[in-house]
Design a protein around this ligand. Sequence first.
Ligand code: HEM
Ligand code: HEM
Length: 182
Amino acid sequence: MTEAKSYTATAKWLHWGMALIWIVAWVVGIVAVHWRDEFNPQHQLTFLHKAMASTLLFLIVLRIAWRLAHPAPAMPNTMTPLVKRAAFIGHLLLYSVALVGLPISGWYWSSVADKPILVAGLFLLPPLVEADKSLYDLAKAIHTYTSWLCGVLVGGHVVVALKHHFIDKDKVLTGMLPGRVD
Ligand code: HEM
Ligand code: HEM
C-alpha cells in the first residue's frame, strides 16, 4: 500500500468536527459544574453537555472504521523512532480514553443515576446499565477524573501539533488542514 501524504478529506472532517464538539463539550462540562449558580441554575448546560458529547459515541464508530481502512500519512523522518512511538501511543490514548472511554463513562454515570441523555437533543440513549444510586459517587468520580486527565491529554496534543508547525516547521499540522490531497 502506498503511503498517503496527508489525511483524507473525510478523516479531516471527522478530526476537526469531533475536535470542535469535544472542546466545546469539555468547556461546557467545566462551566456546568463549577459555575452552577451563575450559568447552570436550570441544568441547561448539563443538558447541552450531554446532548453534544453523546454524539461522539456514534461519530467514533464511523471514525475508527474509516481510519482502519485509510492509513495515516507517514510521520516525518526528523522524528526519532522513539518519538514516533510516543506520537502513536498518544493518538491511541486520544482514541481510547478521550473519544471512547470518556463518553462511555458519562453514559455510565447518567445510567446509574437514572438520568436521561438526549443525543443531539433528538433521541434518548438507552441506559448502559441498570440504575443503581449506590454506584453514583464512583461513576461521578470516574467521569470527573477522566475528564481532567483528557483535558491534559488534549492540551498536550495541541501544544505538540503547534510545535511541529512553528518550531520543527514540518508538515504534520498541514497534513491535517483542509486543502491538501493525498
Ligand atoms: C455520553 C456522554 C457524556 C455524558 C452523559 C456526560 C455527563 C456528564 C454530567 C452529567 C456531568 C455533570 C454535569 C453537572 O453536574 O452539571 C458531566 C461533567 C463533565 N463532563 Fe461529561 N458527559 C459525557 C461526555 C463527556 C465528554 C466527551 C467530555 C469531554 C469532552 C466530558 C467532560 C466533562 C467535564 C470536563 C465535566 C466537568 C467535570 C468536573 O470538573 O466536575 N464529558 N458530564
Ligand atoms: C485545536 C485543536 C487540535 C489540533 C491543532 C490538532 C492537530 C492534530 C494534528 C496535526 C494531527 C495529525 C498528527 C500526525 O499526523 O501525526 C492530529 C491527529 C489526531 N488528533 Fe488532533 N488536533 C486538535 C484537537 C484534537 C482533539 C480535541 C482530539 C480528540 C479529543 C484530537 C484527536 C486526534 C487523534 C485521535 C489524532 C490521530 C489521527 C490518526 O492518525 O488517526 N485532536 N491532530
